[in-house]
Design a protein around this ligand. Structure first.
Ligand code: RIB
Ligand code: CA
Length: 293
């Protein structure tokens, strides 16, 4: 499997953390940087956590670049209730090895202008604020993105913020709207799919062994709540689709983003968007476990 250059835009967050550990440990991704965004928690927490994950795996060669502290046009919402105030469910990770530098939209633009056009994919695990800012202020660079794979939205399932809205889209609906309107190669992975990719207690235990696998097991264990039997692994689905798109059934739907009644909800609309609506769950979980081993 050749490794592709990727930028991971993220709001770690427990499931973001598992996705990042998988990407780094699997050897299938050339991660050129982690850009952080406010989402599950504030920008300082998500940025620190990105640095802590790199410190855990001894990767001072990978930069962390912090980004938007607030949504484009609304007050922030967060998911501290799920991820804990430290964003990692209290799992002890080392402190970051380096001070983050730069500002994510600028840094992304610089990387995209320097790299061969469409040779860098962007894996978006949080609210789309940084990518919307890249589109607004550096449209020439944004056009050079290869694939933009986004965990976000919900199509027929119920929402996890409003009745029909998913957190990454609800946290910054204007950003989601801007990204779906842009002429980019976007693939959405909505809750309809990510909720099917569930880690049970036995699966979590099976991950233990390597530094990445044991940390992932600790992080998912911290994600279990009030006696539930399993937890959904939302963000790792982005890496899995980047690596093995054949495991997903992707269809083009015509949508728009609700900016009023249930902000972030996906409505019928004029925008043609590739949306994953099916997944081979067993194969996906196996690939995830293999990449953490
Ligand atoms: O709705 C799930 C998404 O919101 C995931 O990316 C999770 O990390 C949170 O950001
Ligand atoms: Ca996330």
């Amino acid at each position: 499997m050749t490794s592709r250059s990727v930028i991971i835009d993220t709001d770690p967050g427990l499931d973001d953390a598992v996705a990042i550990l998988f990407a780094l440990n699997s050897g299938h991704f050339d991660v050129i940087g982690l850009t952080t965004v406010a989402g599950n928690l504030g920008i300082d927490v998500t940025t620190r956590n990105a640095g802590r994950l790199l410190a855990l795996l001894g990767r001072p060669d990978i930069p962390v670049i912090s980004g938007a502290a607030d949504p484009l046009a609304r007050p922030s919402i967060d998911e501290a209730a799920i991820h804990g105030n430290d964003g990692l469910g209290g799992v002890a990770l080392p402190e970051p090895l380096a001070i983050p530098h730069g500002y994510a939209p600028f840094w992304m633009a610089d990387q995209l202008r320097t790299a061969r056009a469409r040779s860098v994919d962007v894996l978006a695990l949080g609210p789309l604020t940084n990518i919307a800012l890249l589109l607004r202020d550096h449209a020439d660079a944004a056009r050079r993105i290869g694939r933009l794979i986004v965990m976000g939205g919900v199509v027929t399932d119920k929402g996890n913020v409003g009745p029909r809205s998913e957190f990454n889209f609800a946290a910054d609906p204007e950003a989601a709207d801007a990204v779906l309107r842009a002429d980019l190669d976007v693939t959405l992975i909505p809750l309809d799919v990510t909720r099917k990719v569930r880690a049970g207690l036995d699966y979590v235990q099976s991950l233990r062994g390597t530094i990445a696998g044991t940390a992932a097991a600790d992080l998912i264990s911290a994600y279990f709540q009030d006696g539930r039997e399993s937890r959904p692994l939302h963000d790792p689905c982005v890496m899995l689709l980047a690596l093995a798109p054949e495991l997903f059934e992707v269809e083009t739907r015509h949508v728009s983003v609700d900016l009023r009644d249930d902000p972030g909800a996906l409505l019928e609309g004029p925008l043609p968007v590739k949306i994953a609506m099916g997944i081979d769950v067993a194969a996906a979980l196996k690939l995830l476990a293999n990449g953490l081993a």
